[in-house]
Design a protein around this ligand. Structure first.
Ligand SMILES: [Fe+2]
Ligand SMILES: [Fe+2]
Length: 261
């Protein structure tokens, strides 16, 4: 199975990357499933109902999110009714929506996609390690191919999760920092790992933001209106090849693809 997971889709430049590059990649790489973290799709902050629909239309099978998931109010309705749009699993109960999605491919293989959020430099969430244990022992028992998007700031927390889950999931990749790491590897010949997939968005920026806007905040310590950058749109993520019988990852390859024109 050929799977593709994308780093945070950021504002219009990120959505353009998806619209213009993803259909070609789906074909040329014979992709079976595409997962895109889209928590920054709406102007850099959050995801709206309309944009979720657009992104699914570009060829994304499952949308994951993160700390900005609650920014756009109309997404709550989508989280409740659209199983292809998920929020981090470890929000305190009750929270609208679901932390995982299960998709069945035409070959009848089942794939689970899980979204988690980190707590280091983050929110006061439930323990992502225990939440994952409960999920693997419960609703996902019997599913061999499991992909996890761990949306977290700290590299250490993401690496610790890798050691917690190695041998139990097919892939654990990070999102949220918007900076792609070059540490892709396969742990114990089973679990594909990469600390951060990067950002599908404008790279001539401060993690997506217009540099002037970001500098103002650092220099003055005062808030201003967030403005998304526009230049150097790039699509970033990783291709993961999985043996469908065992659910073991065979290969993980990084992608950093510029959108020309
Ligand atoms: Fe993000
Ligand atoms: Fe985030």
């Amino acid at each position: 199975m050929r799977l593709f997971m994308l780093g945070d889709v950021y504002a219009k430049p990120g959505r353009r990357c998806l619209a213009e590059l993803l259909p070609g990649l789906r074909k040329s790489k014979s992709l079976d499933l595409v997962v895109a973290n889209s928590e920054n799709a709406a102007g850099g902050l959050g995801l709206s109902a309309k944009l979720a629909e657009d992104i699914l239309g570009y060829g994304v099978d499952v949308i994951t999110t993160g700390n900005h998931v609650w920014k756009k109010k109309d997404l709550v309705g989508v989280l409740k009714t659209e199983p292809r749009v998920i929020r981090p699993l470890n929000y305190p109960s009750p929270a609208p929506g679901c932390g995982y999605a299960i998709r069945t491919l035409p070959c009848r293989s089942r794939i689970a996609v899980v979204n988690l959020e980190g707590r280091v430099y983050g929110g006061d969430l439930d323990c992502p390690f225990k939440a994952m244990d409960r999920l693997l022992d419960g609703p996902l028992a019997g599913i061999k191919t499991i992909l996890v998007d761990f949306h977290a700031e700290a590299t250490s927390e993401k690496k610790a999760m890798a050691y917690h889950l190695k041998g139990r999931v097919s892939a654990l990749v990070g999102t949220h920092t918007h900076v792609q790491t070059a540490d892709q590897r396969i742990l114990d010949e089973h679990t594909a790992y990469m600390t951060d997939l990067g950002m599908t968005g404008p790279h001539d920026s401060v993690i997506g933001m217009d540099p002037e806007t970001a500098l103002y905040r650092f220099k003055t310590a005062r808030p201003n209106n967030m403005k998304a950058a526009t230049k150097d749109p790039r699509l970033q993520g990783a291709f993961i090849t999985i043996d469908k019988k065992s659910g073991k990852a065979l290969k993980i390859e990084r992608l950093d693809l510029a959108l020309r024109g």
